[in-house]
Write a protein that binds this ligand. Structure first.
Ligand SMILES: N[C@@H](CCC(=O)N[C@@H](CS)C(=O)NCC(=O)O)C(=O)O
Length: 186
């Protein structure tokens, strides 16, 4: 069974969400970041930079949220049949983790980049339930996770000017697997 190492409120929840969408059984191993459990030798042996999340799939260790999602997509998403399909998923995963993340969270970039990114995303998801094709993919999980984090981390973050993105995000947040993994208690 896959082991997922993560903190209570950490990016491991993104991996949890995707594992639950894929209906893959997993064991969650809570790493207490507050007490520095991630700096213990046992954990450093699987993640030399002492961050979460990490997964262990049989004997295979992997860290970095985006890399984990792409790995899970390639191995366990039955709708991904070609390297090109996986590459498109990876493109969105990397986009969310870099271009979008910088544009949303970097104070030096926010003013210029956030409206550009959100308005472009609003156009891209118009009339769509999913970013790619007619099923949820790791691309949706990463994109919706980062936009959801923006609501938690950026005071007054608001996407109401982008109705298609708002609808898309709401559909993601209504998914049972999102609610059981990403949603925080009110
Ligand atoms: N880009 C990395 C970021 C990992 C990361 O910074 N994780 C945080 C928790 S969300 C962490 O481990 N913090 C503990 C620390 O930095 O000491 C990923 O997505 O996996």
């Amino acid at each position: 069974m896959i082991k997922l190492y993560g903190g209570t409120f950490s990016r491991a929840n993104i991996v949890k969400w995707y594992l639950e969408e894929l209906q893959i059984p997993y064991e969650f191993v809570l790493i207490d970041l507050a007490t520095g459990e991630h700096f213990q030798p046992d954990y450093l042996a699987i993640h030399p930079f002492a961050k979460v999340p990490t997964i262990v799939d049989e004997t295979f260790h992997l860290w970095e949220t985006g890399a984990i999602l792409t790995y899970l997509a390639g191995k366990y998403d039955p709708t991904i049949a070609t390297p090109e399909q996986l590459a498109i998923v990876n493109q969105w995963v990397i986009f969310a983790n870099t271009t979008l993340s910088d544009g949303l969270f970097n104070p030096k970039m926010q003013a210029k980049e956030t409206p550009l990114l959100l308005s472009k995303l609003d156009g891209i998801v118009t009339g769509k339930h999913y970013l790619i094709g007619n099923h949820l993919s790791a691309a949706d999980v990463m994109l919706a996770s980062f936009i959801s984090y923006a609501f938690l981390m950026i005071p007054d973050f608001d996407i109401s000017a982008y109705p298609n993105l708002t609808n898309y995000l709401q559909q993601m947040r209504d998914r049972p697997a999102f609610k059981s993994t990403m949603a925080r208690p009110e």
